[in-house]
Write a protein that binds this ligand. Sequence first.
Ligand code: ADP
Length: 542
Amino acid sequence: MNKLTGPLRKINTEQKLLRPLQVWETACYAASAVGYLTGRPGACLVVSGPGLLHALGGMANANMNCWPLIVIGGSSDRNQETKGAFQEFPQVEACRLYSKFSARPSSLEAIPAVIEKAVRFSIYGRPGACYVDMPGDFVNQQVNKSSVKYVKCCLSPPVSTAEPSAVSEAASVLAHSSQPLLIIGKGAAYSRAENSIRKLVDQCGLPFLPTPMGKGVVPDNHPNCVAAARSRALQHADVIILLGARLNWILHFGLPPRFQPNVKFIQVDICAEELGNNVRPAAALLGDINAVTDQLLEQLVLMKWKYPSYTEWWKGLREKMKINDEMTKALVLQKSLPMNYYTVFHHVREFLPTDCILVSEGANTMDIGRIMLPNYHPRHRLDAGTFATMGVGLGFAIAAAMVVKDQTPEQRVICVEGDSAFGFSGMEVETICRYNLPVIIIVVNNNGIYNGLDANTWKEILESGEPAALAPPACLLPNSHYEQIMSTFGGKGYFVQTPEELRSALKASLAEKQVPSLINVMIDPQSNRKQQDFHWLTRSNM
Ligand code: ADP
């Protein structure tokens, strides 16, 4: 029933379902995040030509992340093709590189079957992006209802289990390990395998390490989480169970110097082609993570195998975690102003609701935030992902807010952005305010990309009369008041420079349930990540 009154009565309820974002690319990122969070593909509608081209970034990002997504693009009329039609572009061909399936229905009657196929392809096997092209002349064409062949929506993806012999092999390899490690990736989060993985960790006493978006599948504060000794764990493990994570750049290809040359991988994945990428696995378990973890656990219980909690391996990991925690604590406690990253995240962490969805992007902001900001629930962290894409933040935050709004309206979305990352999609603050979404944006502002300049140095550059020649390309305008973008659209903006101001802004933003807010946190433009044992993009010679 339409409860609207006055001029609002004229709003077509179907129109309300369309929630336009400012930018096509962001809309596509948002739709892909809906797919990851819900397990059903979000749909992104774009206009022809440039509209579709802008969405390609979102499709590529979804496909790289193995997230389901449907993009539906308008395109020029079929009888104008090759004539230089309005926004004419070979859209179906262009999308093939960025998707699992790309097609134009041959007629109006064929649309249901093509949509069913696109949805099915997006969630069956390894999830990914699909494109359906809708030429302009379809819009005005008449269709005879009786000639349309309606197709039922596909069934949920069939659940596949691994070959029993591969499961036995995996259990035997694990039982012979002296320094085992479990790596939990975002494939495990997507496949909703949290309960079975938690059982595996608890019953077998395994140390585990989540990848960035694998965080929260088992809570970060679980005693077996060795994230604070990540490099040590990777470098010295002799057997690694890989649950829904690829041996790509994020896991340093599984090769030395970050891993032992003879480390044995037990690889679990739904995609057969993934098994053996970069390293030949000791056991390859093809199937759904949830089902395969249960199979493995059953076998290990039968063998009565449990990894002892007092081994040299555990001792070394715990010592390393303690050293790293103390180094972090020293940075957190620094009293100098402007603040450093660690101090900022320490205060943010104290205020974070445990069930909030954390969105994060940037360079140091994302890397340090990943270590400092805990996740307690699966699928509660969204970040730059496999493609390391900047610009995803606000689209992801909007998607997360739309997903939680109806089911758990109290739940908050906290979007932690570097100042440069915020610039990629900052105008979406208008969308957040338009729909009054429960989003708090925190911009960690160091006046630049990696490092910026302080206001005095910038003033000297301006006085030289040659800012374009003298300003380093990675520096942005110092002390930009990003919070005013939020207040312009009716949200709350805070400019903070001290821990006290930060705490009071966090408190006020969380207390304010009706209005979105943006906290612009000024930090030391030279603040950096603490010394790491390895460069984040370690190159391997093998
Ligand atoms: P991360 O970035 O966390 O390391 P990746 O995106 O590299 O994770 O890897 C996710 C993997 O999970 C992909 O190889 C994908 O095929 C796999 N995957 C996705 N869904 C399932 C599932 N239901 N069962 C098993 N593997 C899955």
